[in-house]
Design a binder for this molecule. Structure first.
Ligand SMILES: [Zn+2]
Length: 397
């Protein structure tokens, strides 16, 4: 393709909203706008990646450090829109909302009699734990939902020091929404002071640590009061016991016990689909240097950056056109910088855009029948007879 057809306008400066190097270089080289819209050059890069993705060793050809499990491939990046849990030791990897971890029950203790206590202004776990001078893990956190399919009122209990994973709950009971105040009071519960003790018509779903946790403080279903020493099984019976809580950094790995890490990431692929724009960003993140992008050969949008330097006596542009046609027909993807710009401007753009090889048609060398060939990042240029350029490039491929 010709440079002017792609209307490339490379940028001299990094955009001030560039939160990562890769994004910054993609904007400077005009693959993307600052607003993350794909430009024609980016489109070309995505098409190259789509073709390449048909190869069985696609990801290894991109030279990316990816993290994957059986269903999804991730690329760690600080600006990632998803969070994954990863075990460095056994490589266990899962989206945080579905990640498993090794749960440890608190030391068992004798079940004590239930006791109702006045707890004014204690509608959160924090205020309750402070007021009762209990660790949060000795409290029961209540969450109330209504199942969408049948309007069943759902009462969920997780330990006070843990957070519910809505994704895990969804996998357990199906789609749900927050319960309305009417639905809550109809079941006999009180917002902020709720527990499963003494409810009517509620489907009680508890995290699998709850039956192993004795004497938890829980709501008394009356504003301003809590119950001390509630015990699952004795004071209420759950219909469903399941893993419902979200893993976090530092939790032990379920498979090997090593400490888990949470990592921001983007998804590059699932079993059925590739996310090419994310793959392009990941490539730019890994493959750049101080002058521009440096994609691996197979993943670059073009094989060759072809340019002419305007001559005084010889029509260098006509010669470049000739080489362009010849290489195109031989199956090379060529970006022909057909502008009448100064050499320095074109060299800078070639470096920014990052095609694997630059071919320069200049008057001085052309007098001797030569053109200049420069592999990206190599300091050394070499001169090639213009008639042999095709075979030289074919050998390099
Ligand atoms: Zn592990």
């Amino acid at each position: 393709m010709k440079y002017r057809d792609l209307s490339i306008q490379t940028q001299r400066e990094f955009p001030n909203n560039a939160r990562t190097q890769g994004f910054g270089w993609l904007v400077r080289a005009e693959y993307l706008t600052r607003e993350n819209q794909i430009l024609p050059l980016g489109q070309q890069a995505l098409m190259r990646l789509q073709d390449l993705s048909k190869e069985p060793d696609f990801f290894s050809r991109l030279s990316l450090l990816v993290i994957s499990n059986e269903t999804e491939t991730y690329f760690p990046i600080s600006t990632g829109d998803i969070e994954i849990i990863h075990c460095e030791s056994c490589k266990y990897t899962e989206r945080i909302e579905l990640a498993k971890f090794k749960k440890t029950a608190l030391a068992g203790e004798e079940q004590l009699p239930i006791e109702k206590v006045l707890t004014p202004d204690c509608s959160t776990i924090e205020t309750l734990a402070n007021f009762l001078n209990l660790p949060k893990e000795k409290t029961a956190k209540a969450l109330m939902y209504t199942r969408t399919s049948d309007n069943q009122f759902i009462f969920v209990v997780v330990r006070g020091d843990m957070n519910l994973s809505e994704a895990k709950l969804r996998n357990t009971i199906g789609e749900f929404r927050l319960a309305t105040p009417e639905e809550i009071s109809q079941a006999g519960a009180a917002p902020g002071y709720a527990s499963p003790v003494g409810l009517t018509g509620a489907l009680i779903v508890v995290d699998d640590l709850i039956p192993q946790s004795s004497n938890l403080a829980a709501g008394a279903n009356e504003a301003g009061y809590h119950l001390l020493n509630t015990n699952c099984g004795r004071d209420y019976s759950p219909e469903i016991i399941a893993d419902l809580v979200q893993a976090k950094s530092g939790d032990p790995c379920e498979q090997c016990g090593n400490s888990l890490t949470s990592i921001s990431a983007i998804s590059l692929a699932t079993r059925s689909e590739f996310y090419f724009e994310n793959i392009l960003l990941a490539l730019a993140e890994i493959h750049h240097y101080d002058k521009g992008l440096a994609f691996p050969k197979s993943a670059a949008p073009f094989d060759v950056y072809l340019m002419h330097i305007a001559g005084k006596e010889i029509d260098t542009r006509a010669k470049a056109e000739e080489i362009y046609d010849q290489l195109q027909s031989a199956g090379f993807a060529i970006l022909f910088d057909d502008r009448d710009e100064r050499a320095g401007v074109k060299f800078n753009d070639a470096d920014l855009i990052g095609c694997p090889i630059r071919v320069t048609v200049g008057e001085k060398n052309l007098r001797n029948g030569m053109v200049e060939l420069k592999p990206r990042r190599d300091a050394e240029n070499s001169l090639v007879n213009s008639g042999e350029i095709l075979s030289v490039l074919q050998n390099l491929k």
